[in-house]
Design a protein around this ligand. Structure first.
Ligand SMILES: Cc1cc2nc3c(=O)[nH]c(=O)nc-3n(C[C@H](O)[C@H](O)[C@H](O)COP(=O)(O)O)c2cc1C
Length: 185
């Protein structure tokens, strides 16, 4: 038997497993906003890209529209409290950088800073946007990816033995699972 799963009022519990991230965008006045985001997927193709869904009501959406760039910072499984704070407050009302006491590192190809405590940072420039009634789907070129030595290997890649992202599935958080395959699959 197969049951029909409840899609939920906002579909927010339908995420079937993805790393949780903090999206940073800089404001006009040197401020930086941080927002929890799970709706991000890398895209295949010759140019490295990702797609990201942001609700219209979020301050982050306004900032991305103005700046045309953002940084995706992958949270570690020790950073659940930052995900909660940045996912339940708006940069329109509060300074989330002050609230979380996270540290910034300068971006290289974007003016938006990276979050030092997040070991994986993806600098993005907006390529196109798809407007939906309640959200914008941003497609962005990945300009650079930086990995802290906590997660990096010595071949310019990620050391999966030390990779510990905060995972999100069906409304719950998890740590990264056990490796069961090697090579292509
Ligand atoms: C676990 C989690 C995942 C979230 N994922 C998204 C998302 O993918 N897209 C989105 O627009 N909002 C997402 N949110 C909600 C925003 O983080 C939240 O509305 C936040 O207050 C927006 O901040 P801002 O107004 O400063 O942009 C998520 C929140 C949580 C707690």
């Amino acid at each position: 038997m197969r049951i029909k799963v409840d899609t939920g009022a906002f579909g927010e519990y339908l995420h079937y497993g993805a790393p949780l991230t903090l999206v940073t965008v800089h404001g006009e006045d040197g401020t930086v906003n941080l927002s929890t985001n799970v709706s991000i997927t890398p895209l295949p193709g010759a140019v490295p890209r990702l797609a990201m869904g942001i609700l219209h009501v979020n301050y982050t959406n306004k900032l991305i529209k103005e700046r045309g760039e953002f940084v995706v910072n992958v949270l570690t499984d020790q950073m659940r409290s930052a995900a909660i704070v940045c996912g339940n407050t708006s940069g329109a009302d509060v300074d989330k950088l002050a609230l979380t006491e996270l540290t910034l590192l300068p971006g290289t190809y974007v003016q938006t800073p990276l979050i030092a405590e997040c070991p994986l940072n993806i600098e993005c420039r907006v390529e196109s946007v798809h407007h939906l009634p309640d959200l914008d789907l941003w497609v962005a070129e990945i300009l650079a990816v930086y990995a802290d030595e906590a997660w990096a290997n010595d071949r310019a890649g990620i050391n999966l033995k030390r990779y510990r992202p905060l995972m999100y599935a069906f409304g719950h958080t998890f740590t990264f699972g056990k490796q069961i395959g090697f090579g292509g699959l």
